[in-house]
Design a protein. Structure first.
Length: 199
């Protein structure tokens, strides 16, 4: 890597880190070119050079943290011996990630993230294929083994992640949910909704 490329990577990191700090402190309305450049010490020209616009910066920031969350989820599943253990590990990993990275959690669960997800769902899925494939393979393997019910993947995804996302949003915005309690209660409830043997 040339010195120029290295400087470019360092600048990108500075801008992304500063953007998350600004977002965590001021929300999306505070995420302006002047706020990010002041927080990062990077010039507005460099911001536009690397991201094209504030929308480009926000998209890159969302992508970065989505990748990190997906990596954490895949790691949790890969360490699990059974489908039921995997559900517990996934719930615990997701909630721990949100607790550890509150500002990123706010961003990932924002209306802007939802809008981007709807508008660019195909492109995001394609870009995250390497991370999503292990999740899909894990689900498919446990469906084939008879542990998880034969339901459409989108339904399984909603049954597993829907409650976790809902709890995360409440904790992030209202603060009226205890994440430790949720981590203890949700896995068994979710498991009952997807198990192939509901007895």
């Amino acid at each position: 890597m040339s010195p120029k490329q290295h400087r470019g990577e360092v600048t990108v990191e500075q801008l992304l880190d500063a953007a998350l700090r600004v977002y965590g402190e001021s929300g999306e309305q505070g995420l302006t070119v002047s706020a990010v450049t002041a927080a990062s010490g990077v010039s507005p020209g460099s911001l536009y050079h690397h991201f094209g616009s504030m929308d480009g910066l926000l998209t890159a920031l969302l992508t970065r943290w989505l990748e990190r969350l997906l990596d954490r989820m895949v790691t949790a599943l890969e360490r699990s011996d059974s489908a039921r253990d995997g559900v517990r590990a996934l719930v615990e990993a997701y909630l721990a990630f949100i607790r550890d990275h509150r500002a990123a959690g706010l961003l990932l669960h924002s209306a802007r993230a939802d809008e981007l997800g709807m508008r660019e769902a195909g492109r995001i899925r394609d870009a995250q294929e390497a991370r999503l494939s292990p999740l899909s393979a894990w689900v498919s393997g446990h469906v084939e083994s008879g542990e998880i019910a034969r339901l459409p993947v989108a339904v399984l995804e909603s049954l597993v992640l829907g409650p976790v996302i809902g709890v995360s949003r409440r904790w992030l915005t209202l603060g009226d949910v205890d994440l430790d309690t949720a981590a203890a209660v949700l896995p068994d409830r979710i498991w009952r909704s997807i198990t192939a043997d509901p007895r």
